[in-house]
Design a protein around this ligand. Structure first.
Ligand code: FAD
Ligand code: FES
Length: 426
């Protein structure tokens, strides 16, 4: 939604709330219904809170619009913190010292890293892992382990390894403004369940920190799944939050505890985070569920929540790579498109190759790579914009709602399929 539109909506909502309140009072008086002082006080305080929330939302929108930037901006590494579990947090401040736009908790930054020995920059996204603060951002990066079948020579293309081994305090990094559709609106006060698996804790931790820094009184459940104590990061921080905020219920699950990991002290549940646990602990399924984690965990959560009767629109998630879950409506749509598009000819103009789309590849990027056609890519999930490709003729569609913008006449190849014969500038 455009920021101006958000501000107008917020202003409209405030006037609407006041008008509704005045109307209720007038009707009560007209019908002789007495308004006890206590009820009026409660209604007034609810109204005040709602107005404060909406004003706050408007202020944040204005600041986002005022301080955001387009393209790459230079950021300095101010601090590194080894969190354990092969995760390192980096605190970043803008080199130009201008204020930072506030972001929505759950959003991510995109980095353009010039890694030694790599011919083109490596573009990767990292979620902001703390509540928004004015002068610095924080990301928390897990070191990527080498794939079993690849030699360590390829490590030079790995941004996480480079950040861990080389990014030092004082170094400058190129960063795009916060983006992403997976976020929690801090002005809403509905009960939420936040779930992080492994390093997927980062966006939901940002949500938790934001809600609790605002002293939100809403019911919050926070589930964090890791293998064992060695992977459990931010232990003290999470413990402190649980003690300070009785409305936030934190539950840590170890799927494979080690000697010295003590149930009841270091973690609350043995086993994986899953819907069976929610059914045991939550009083109902009437929550918004937001989660991020490894693909198998996300798939089982999504399917389990649907099975439990949670409406699709109350389930929100983000994958740290190509989309591994197809929403119920989406599966049908994509199948229909794949059926309809089989047989289209995809011409890669610069590479002088023409291929037939058989509906088996997940995206135009996959098709190109499987046939040795070079295409730039970063996140492979519609977030970073690296794979943007000009369409010279024909049409395509995105299979997800991408976070990166694609102007008319272009597509994000990592999440696009053809809807006609297509000629791409690649
Ligand atoms: C929206 C979004 C948010 C994200 N947020 C986070 C976050 O908060 N924290 C986080 O940690 N990640 C996050 N990610 C994932 C992150 O963007 C990267 O995908 C992840 O860090 C892996 O990237 P990489 O370049 O290190 O490795 P890859 O892209 O997996 O690998 C690059 C190349 O290096 C090779 N390679 C990798 N590691 C090794 C190694 N050790 N030895 C030899 N070769 C190797 C690979 O085979 C490959 O050829 C997020 C992703 C998205 C899309
Ligand atoms: S590779 Fe990032 S948007 Fe396609």
């Amino acid at each position: 939604m455009e920021p101006n539109m958000m501000i107008n909506l917020a202003a409209g909502a405030i006037f609407g709330a006041i008008a509704a309140y005045v109307l209720v009072l007038a009707l009560r008086e007209a019908h002789g219904v007495s308004v006890t002082a206590r009820t009026a006080e409660l209604e007034q305080s609810l109204l005040n809170r709602r107005i404060d929330d909406l004003l706050e939302r408007g202020r944040l929108e204005r600041e986002r619009e005022q301080f955001s930037w387009s393209g790459w901006r230079k950021f300095e590494v101010m601090e590194r913190v080894e969190e354990g579990g092969d995760i390192c947090s980096f605190y970043l401040s803008p080199h130009d010292k201008r204020p930072l736009p506030p972001y929505l908790p759950g959003q991510f930054l995109t980095f353009n890293l010039k890694l030694p020995g790599s011919s083109s920059p490596v573009v990767r996204c990292y979620s902001l892992s703390d509540a928004p603060h004015q002068e610095k951002y924080r990301i928390s990066v897990k070191r990527q382990a080498p794939p079993r079948d690849e030699s360590r020579a390829d490590i030079r293309k790995s941004s996480s390894n480079w950040l861990h081994d080389n990014a030092r305090v004082g170094d400058i990094l190129d960063v795009k403004a916060p983006a992403g559709h997976f976020y929690l609106d801090p002005a809403q006060r509905k009960p939420v369940v936040l779930i992080g698996g492994g390093v997927g804790i980062t966006p939901v931790l940002s949500m938790l920190n934001t809600l609790l820094e605002r002293n939100s009184e809403q019911e919050i459940w926070f589930f964090y799944g890791v293998r064992c104590g060695r992977e459990h990061i931010m232990k003290d921080h999470l413990k402190r939050l649980a003690l300070q905020h009785p409305n936030a219920r934190l539950r840590v699950c170890y799927s494979d505890p080690e000697d010295g990991d003590i149930e009841g002290e270091h973690f609350q549940h043995g086993g994986r985070v899953g819907v069976d646990l929610f059914r045991d602990l939550l009083p109902s399924n009437n929550y918004d569920f937001l989660f991020c984690g490894p693909p198998p965990m996300m798939k089982s959560l999504y399917e389990g929540l649907l099975d439990w009767g949670v409406p699709d629109e109350r389930i929100h998630f983000e994958a740290f790579g190509p989309a591994s879950i197809k929403r119920i409506g989406q599966t049908k749509q994509v199948d229909e498109v794949n059926e309809a598009t089989e047989g289209f000819t995809i011409t890669f103009a610069r590479s002088d190759k023409a291929l037939t789309w058989d509906g088996k590849a997940d995206s135009l990027l996959d098709l190109a790579e499987a046939n040795g056609i070079p295409m730039e890519a970063g996140c492979r999930a519609g977030n970073c914009g690296t794979c943007i490709t000009a369409i010279k003729a024909g049409t395509s569609r995105h299979t997800i709602i991408p976070s990166a913008a694609a102007e008319p006449g272009t597509c994000l190849a990592c999440c696009s399929v053809p809807t006609s014969d297509l000629t791409l500038e690649a």
